[in-house]
Design a protein. Structure first.
Length: 102
């Protein structure tokens, strides 16, 4: 059984007892992901338009971390102009407890 959940602008394929990194959420012990696009349970497939009503994925929060460093280098030729900008996303590690069909 797996589900595709939308968190922010990203979509994650999740199964039970799986670890995923999602964008930073508030300091809670549990988080429920409400925007579920698809749930597949064997041959039963539920597809939302755009979301499945009543369906959710319950996750346990494990901790916070930072994502990989991303470098943006801006350069204008013949202008003696260059700029380096770095960025790291703030992430929360969660473990999927169960998937509720709704």
């Amino acid at each position: 059984m797996f589900a595709i959940a939308k968190v922010g602008a990203r979509q994650y394929k999740v199964t039970e007892d799986e670890l995923i990194s999602i964008p930073r959420v508030s300091k809670k012990k549990e988080v429920s992901l409400d925007k579920i696009l698809i749930i597949v349970d064997g041959k039963d497939v539920a597809i939302g338009t755009p979301h499945i009503k009543g369906a959710k994925v319950v996750c346990e929060v494990l901790g916070d971390s930072k994502g990989p460093k991303r470098i943006a280098f801006k350069f204008k030729r013949r202008k003696s102009s260059q700029k380096t900008i770095g960025h790291r996303d703030l992430l929360t590690q969660v473990r999927v407890k169960n998937i509720i069909k709704g």
